[in-house]
Design a protein. Structure first.
Length: 579
């Protein structure tokens, strides 16, 4: 059995099982959840349905260029017609390898309008990884950024590609800014069967298309971080995407009509497309697009863009905290009403420090942490204003349900008991593309007759519906004697009780016993490395049971990250085994 963290359960009507009691619904008192109809149709139709009024309001802001909602739909329609002119039809898959630029948005919705699927790939991909992406889906058309176009040209003869559309980040910029920054659209002769964006759009001038999408149709393919092999393609439907936007309307996170969101989330993440693009556009917000992901400029960009909302990861918020310009007396952040952190957990002390800075600069909302995974639309729960519990990643979004599962007994666990976090709801993915066995491994039907998404994360739920993470199931370290150790417990002690700014604990081969693993702690220190490591060792030996003591403490300048911005545990495991 898994670890038990019992809490005093009050007597009453509660059954003790979160998925039955759904205690989180008490935080949605103004909404009759059961009476809300699920969105029908495509992402495109849902966007249009929710923006028929205010068509002349700004939708996109890109280096000073403002694109109204009216112009947004015109450009989407032009992209849809152009794709159609190339023979792209309902169900076809088209690869998109673009930064956060307007043309990326036009492409996603343009494909969606004709019922095609956008395979959204990291624009920096190259070599075997890119070849794997393109050949898995057998795409014939790709839209690429000119800066990284050579990566595609280098492998094109090993793929099914027939047409490449090349886009520049300067495409929509005002002419004066192009002149200042320097026009960098590749003026070299383009190879293969290639067309520039403007010429591509002209191909659809005489083509008329209609909305072909339905709720259950595939809309996008996103890719997992791939720390245990080649990334898997997560197939997201129109319903998945549209319900994420519906959550934005109902969950009290203040995604308000006309407010401004800064979008600097890497464009190939589901977190970007579903939460930082589709959701705010459906809710008629203004979106400031930043094409280059620069965590070092995160704080500066919040102030510069006057954003009321920004979604970012722990790395961004950590740099925000350290940015001296944010701490300057003349900066005001009162306009920021929903600062949100996703992708990975923030250490408690760092979150408190960020909140202190935000409050000192006039921001009335604490930073709100969320939790989810690509397979459930990137976000499944979040703290809400007025209800932020230390250590918790929030409560489930209103249409989702959570349970904690014991894989040994195949039963749901009660409040306070630690097991695998499982989720269900209308944002759960359709499947992993062309991988039925992998799909079956994570989408499982439980004894309650419901199909649940298995996260691979350990955690528990308290009686108020708050969700707490306790580490990664796959990261559990099994000692030579069979005792299981959660790295999370060690990391928490190090981060809460020492001066370490970040740490990650992984398992390494136990050479002494010839079997099992021992924990190894990688630590980023802020002072003399050896002195700090000795202090950390002393704290661990004082606060943890002996079988939890790391075998080694290794100073590291930064934690390696996957392409999706999460800690690359596999890289650290490899490093630990070489030490």
């Amino acid at each position: 059995m898994l670890t038990d963290r019992q809490t005093d359960r009050p007597t009453g009507e509660l059954t003790g099982y979160p998925s039955i009691d759904k205690p989180w619904l008490k935080y949605y008192p103004e909404v009759e959840i059961s009476k809300i109809a699920m969105p029908e149709g495509s992402m495109y139709s849902y966007l249009l349905e929710n923006n028929r009024n205010g068509l002349d309001d700004p939708a996109l802001i890109y280096f000073g260029t403002k694109v109204s909602y009216r112009k947004l739909f015109e450009n989407i329609d032009s992209a849809a017609a152009a794709f159609s002119s190339l023979g792209v039809t309902k169900g076809d898959i088209v690869a998109l390898m673009l930064p956060n630029i307007p043309e990326n948005i036009y492409s996603i919705y343009g494909l969606n309008k004709i019922g095609a699927v956008a395979d959204i790939i990291d624009l920096r991909s190259k070599g075997d990884t890119l070849r794997h992406y393109l050949n898995t889906t057998k795409v014939k058309v790709a839209v690429v950024c000119d800066i990284f176009a050579d990566h595609t040209f280098e492998i094109v003869n090993d793929t099914f590609l027939e047409k490449i559309i090349v886009v520049s980040v300067f495409e929509t910029m005002p002419q004066p800014i192009k002149a200042v920054l320097g026009w960098k659209m590749r003026r070299k002769k383009l190879s293969f069967n290639t067309v520039k964006w403007k010429d591509f759009i002209k191909l659809g001038n005489s083509v008329t298309v209609i909305d072909e999408g339905s709720a259950d149709d595939s809309a996008c393919i996103f890719h997992t971080s791939g720390t245990t092999g080649f990334p898997k393609g997560v197939v997201t439907t129109n319903l998945n995407a549209n319900v994420m936007s519906l959550h934005g309307r109902i969950v009290p996170l203040r995604f308000e009509r006309g407010k401004r969101i800064m979008n600097q989330v890497p464009p190939f993440l589901a977190f970007n497309v579903l939460c930082s693009m589709h959701l705010p556009l459906v809710l008629h917000m203004q979106m400031v697009l930043l094409p280059e992901y620069r965590p070092d400029k995160f704080a500066k960009n919040i102030i510069k863009t006057k954003a009321t909302c920004c979604l970012a990861g722990p790395a961004d918020w950590g740099i925000f905290l350290e940015d001296s310009k944010v701490l300057a007396k003349d900066n005001n952040l009162s306009m920021l009403i929903n600062p949100i952190c996703g992708s990975d957990a923030l250490p408690t002390e760092k979150r408190k420090a960020i909140n202190k800075v935000l409050k000192s600069k006039g921001c009335e909302t604490e930073i709100l942490e969320g939790y989810g995974m690509t397979e459930i639309g990137s976000a499944a729960c979040c703290n809400i204003p007025g209800h932020v519990v230390d250590g918790s990643v929030g409560i489930p979004f209103c249409f989702n349900s959570f349970c904690i599962y014991d894989n040994e007994t195949e039963e749901e666990l009660k409040y306070g008991q630690i097991g695998e976090i499982c989720m269900t709801g209308p944002t759960v993915m359709k499947e992993y593309f062309n991988e039925p066995q992998e799909t079956a491994n994570v989408l499982r039907r439980h004894n309650d007759g419901v199909t649940w998404l298995h996260s691979g994360d350990l955690g528990y739920i308290d009686e108020n519906g708050n969700i707490f993470l306790e580490g990664r199931l796959k990261r559990i370290i099994v000692r030579h004697d069979g005792i299981k150790i959660s790295p999370f417990s060690i990391e928490k002690i190090i981060l809460d009780q020492t001066s370490a700014t970040a740490c990650c604990v992984v398992g390494a081969h136990d050479k002494e016993h010839g079997r099992g693993q021992v924990p190894v702690a990688f630590v980023i220190t802020s002072g003399n490395e050896q002195i700090e490591l000795n202090k950390i060792r002393n704290v661990c030996e004082s606060e943890l049971a002996e079988n939890y003591w790391p075998k080694d403490y290794i100073a590291i300048s930064q934690l390696p990250l996957t392409a999706n911005g999460k800690v690359d545990y596999r890289a650290l495991e490899n490093k630990a085994n070489k030490e």
